[in-house]
Design a binder for this molecule. Structure first.
Ligand code: ZN
Ligand code: ZN
Length: 231
């Protein structure tokens, strides 16, 4: 599947059943997350379609340190020279390449199926260095402003990013949106994960996208509130 515009300046890049997000705005090119292994070319292709060469990617930011979000990171850093950013609680995952912390499955059919099929905590990824640690509430001065909001539960170091005020929330795996808003595949700490789901709705973004499934650009707050109320 080809990459796809979410809103002006923001693109969803499918990287093997996991999304990366490319922001192309205010003179900055920023990639958020790096998909499964072997998918770096999909990002480079999307960049070239947008008129950029590999070295134009200066910033590679992560929602969290799971295998499906860091798999092609080492290859992309090598191809672009991008600076890397991740919440301190997950830095060790990236820099060791695994193993990953255990989770219990999310509620519902799809999370439980994916938990059995896809989640392999003993998997190893190619390790890479994190250049800058992200803290809760910090605004990275990239592409017109990326405010980090700590959203732990699925993963201790998970952060969402509010881009340019509330235009777009890049929400990692707080929910997934393959067949409607579902739980993520699993939780390291379910109570924290529920708290983060409520917090997500309270951020009142105009649009939201996730690590898995489709972006939401219409009726966003109401849809998030309904998903929270069901839990
Ligand atoms: Zn994850
Ligand atoms: Zn994921």
């Amino acid at each position: 599947m080809a990459f796809k515009k979410i809103i002006d300046g923001a693109y969803l890049v499918p990287m093997g059943n996991a999304n990366a997000v490319l922001l192309d705005a205010e003179g900055d090119l920023v990639l958020i997350d790096a998909g499964f292994p072997g998918k770096a070319d999909l990002v480079l292709h999307a960049m070239s379609k947008l008129g950029h060469k590999p070295s134009d990617l200066k910033h590679l930011v992560f929602t969290h340190g799971h295998p499906d979000h860091i798999g092609s990171a080492a290859a992309l850093v090598q191809a672009t020279g991008a600076r890397t950013y991740m919440h301190a609680a997950d830095v060790q995952l990236a820099e060791s390449g695994g193993p990953f912390r255990p989770m219990t499955p999310g509620r519902g059919l799809l999370p439980s199926i994916l938990f059995r099929l896809v989640w392999k905590p003993d998997e190893r990824m190619e390790p890479f260095r994190i250049d800058q640690h992200i803290a809760d509430g910090e605004t990275l001065p990239l592409a017109g402003g990326l405010r980090a909001v700590h959203l732990p539960g699925h993963c201790a170091g998970q952060v969402g990013f509010l881009w340019q005020g509330q235009r777009l929330l890049i929400a990692g795996d707080v929910f997934m949106n393959n067949l409607g808003l579902d739980d993520p595949v699993g939780f390291e700490d379910e109570a924290e994960g529920r708290h983060s789901q409520r917090k997500l709705a309270s951020l009142a973004p105009q649009a939201v996208c996730f690590g898995h499934g489709r972006a939401i650009t219409k009726d966003t707050i109401a849809r998030l509130e309904r998903a929270v109320a069901r839990r």
